[in-house]
Write a protein that binds this ligand. Structure first.
Ligand SMILES: Nc1nc2c(ncn2[C@@H]2O[C@H](COP(=O)(O)OP(=O)(O)OP(=O)(O)O)[C@@H](O)[C@H]2O)c(=O)[nH]1
Ligand SMILES: [Mg+2]
Ligand SMILES: [Zn+2]
Length: 284
């Protein structure tokens, strides 16, 4: 039988197949090759009485380590503009990771009820427009703006990611109709000093799957200069006009990407972030 792992707890994996959930164990052979089944894995399993045996893990499209999820196709990067304040560097880091893993990023500006003036986000919207990155404005708490998100779930495995306290679990609960993830009070969370969301579990919603994840206030990852460059997808359509075929759009002369930034076609903010990443990349 074929299914998808929606949850893993204490060596048991819960596999969804034809709207039923089967409790499965992993075959010993996976341990020998240091392969651990993950949430999001598409698997073949045999059923023996009540418990199943996972016999094959299909090749992963990608996988994230924190949170551990495989085959992610879309990421809703949930951010508020205030409470907590937006951190554009962190937002760009999330976008970078998504593009690196070939996950489509969609920026969700939540808590729009707290915003009175479009000046507060206009410059970020311009940055995203120039970079071909999709975004939505929502008020999860008041059920506003969630319909476009629902339509985007179909046939995707989506994750909700972003800084702690931005409303990921609130959105998750609205989309899934479940409330097995805790929604925490921001002030309470600060005093306890930890994230509310600890589990990692796939839920079905609107013909797709969605995962809530705990918020991180920083992201540590180490990409090579080439990986960084290739994760700036908005550069692609200019690259062929660069003088050098392997141009890094950095100190090279006759660079079409730098020209597009000067002309205001590409975002200066994103480009500055890019240069900073390239200069600080410790890998070749
Ligand atoms: N004003 C306002 N508050 C919201 C909105 N959506 C969520 N919140 C509040 O924001 C706080 C944090 O929400 P959560 O959903 O727990 O945030 P989270 O992103 O899951 O946080 P972590 O799990 O710690 O990463 C809660 O008090 C929510 O009620 C919104 O649209 N407007
Ligand atoms: Mg949460
Ligand atoms: Zn160039």
């Amino acid at each position: 039988m074929e299914g998808i792992i929606i949850k893993g707890i204490g060596g048991f994996y819960y596999v969804l197949c034809d709207e039923k959930i089967y409790e499965c164990k992993a075959r010993g052979k996976f341990r020998h090759v240091k392969l651990t089944p993950m949430v999001g894995d598409e698997v073949s399993f045999d059923l023996e009485e009540d418990t199943g045996q996972i016999i094959n893990i299909h090749e992963r499209k990608n996988f994230l380590i924190r949170p551990p999820v495989a085959n992610v196709t879309k990421a809703f990067i949930v951010t508020s503009l205030i409470n907590p304040n937006i951190n554009i560097d962190l937002l760009n880091n999330y976008i970078l990771i998504c593009n690196h893993y070939d996950i489509e990023p969609i920026v969700c500006f939540n808590k729009m009820d707290l915003i009175e003036n479009s000046d507060e986000y206009a410059f970020i919207a311009i940055m995203l427009n120039k970079s071909d990155i999709g975004y939505l404005f929502i008020e999860a708490k008041n059920d506003h703006g969630l319909d476009p998100m629902k339509n985007m779930l179909k046939d995707n495995l989506s994750i909700l990611c972003g800084v702690s306290g931005t409303g990921k679990s609130t959105i998750f609960n609205k989309l899934t109709g479940d409330d097995f993830m805790d929604v925490g009070d921001l002030s309470e969370k600060i005093t306890r000093g930890k994230n509310t969301t600890r589990h990692c579990q796939l839920a079905s919603a609107y013909d797709g799957y969605i995962v809530d994840t705990p918020g991180f206030s920083s992201l540590s990852f180490d990409l090579s200069k080439m990986e960084i460059r290739d994760a700036f997808k908005e550069f692609k359509k200019y690259e062929r006009d660069c003088k050098f075929r392997q141009c890094f759009h950095y100190k090279e002369p006759s660079c079409a990407v730098k020209k597009a930034v000067e002309d205001g076609e590409l975002s200066k903010e994103r480009y500055d972030f890019y240069v900073n990443k390239i200069e600080n990349s410790r890998r070749k």
